[in-house]
Design a protein around this ligand. Sequence first.
Ligand code: SAH
Length: 356
Amino acid sequence: MTPLEREIREIIEAEGPMTVSDYMQLCLAHPRHGYYVTRDPLGARGDFVTAPEVSQMFGELIGAWVAAVWQQMGSPAEVHLVELGPGRGTLMADALRVARALPEFRAALAVHLVEISPALRARQGQTLAADGPIQWHDTIEAIPDGPAIVIANEFVDTLRVHQFVKDSDGWHLRVVGIVNDKLGFLVVPGPMPKEFNDESPAAPNGAILELRDEGPIELLSQRFLQQGGAALIIDYGHATLGFGDTLQAVRGHRYADPLIDPGEADLTTQVNFGELVVWAQRNGAATHGPITQSEFLRRLGIVERAARLKTKATPEQSADIDAALVRLTAPDQMGELFKVLAIADPKLGVLPGFDR
Ligand code: SAH
């Protein structure tokens, strides 16, 4: 039994079953035993590989996107470039390399990383050692005021969700309890209050609804409205509301049972981009997309970028560049499951990559 499972069982024994949302939060972010707190999960020897780790092209194109958005903002003398959950710092390093080609733009950037993991903060510090001052923050709330451009790749999928199960008398909260001496899913017997059931979409009995915490999107939307800026959110998920249990554990590049060995596997749920759009617009921000990652990267010129890199590459490097292009854009790889959404100050107009 992992130390975290022991602690979760103690909480359940003392207080009763816990929400899936609290379970996710403990598994990922428990201050001593949380998955992200205790390790660097990325890469071939870790548990999963992300787009910036597949190819430098990903971060470079995002760097060019940030530069174009900065120009659209009127080239402010100071802008916060913020990354949420920056992993190994690879995306930021690739983006800043592009920025160096535009000295006025680079000089305007103050770099902020929002990261809970001490292990990954150390790694980010190494990756970005030559990139000037960097400020780390525990939360989005802690980012200083001012215009900001925010990047979040595979961050939103780690944010906690509540799950609800539909029954003939309404939606019921899904919880984690102890069943036959193991962690198991249970459903709270009483239905959710009337208002919740009135506002929730119609669904057949047995359907599962996932609702993420609106807080981070609300905060960013209000901030862009008042102080200017935009966020680029890239993640795996669906464009419209769907029903189903998408809670997924990944360990050593394989799917695992989310209730076995808590704290030892990555735990995520698919992002419902339709929900993010509603929250952003409700708070006065403009939204662009979602479009597929393939479409977004192609519009930013990934095919041309790959061709240019290959002119200076060995045959082996050329093959790697081709493989990365396929991995990032092919429909059966990351191209279609991953979506891209921008949330922005409405004064900015249409943002690069979303203009068709
Ligand atoms: N963006 C990176 C890493 C994705 S993994 C990439 O594409 O490679 C998720 C990242 O979010 C990790 O850096 C993890 O430590 C961080 N993270 C997870 N939950 C977080 C939270 N609540 N607050 C801040 N960072 C968090």
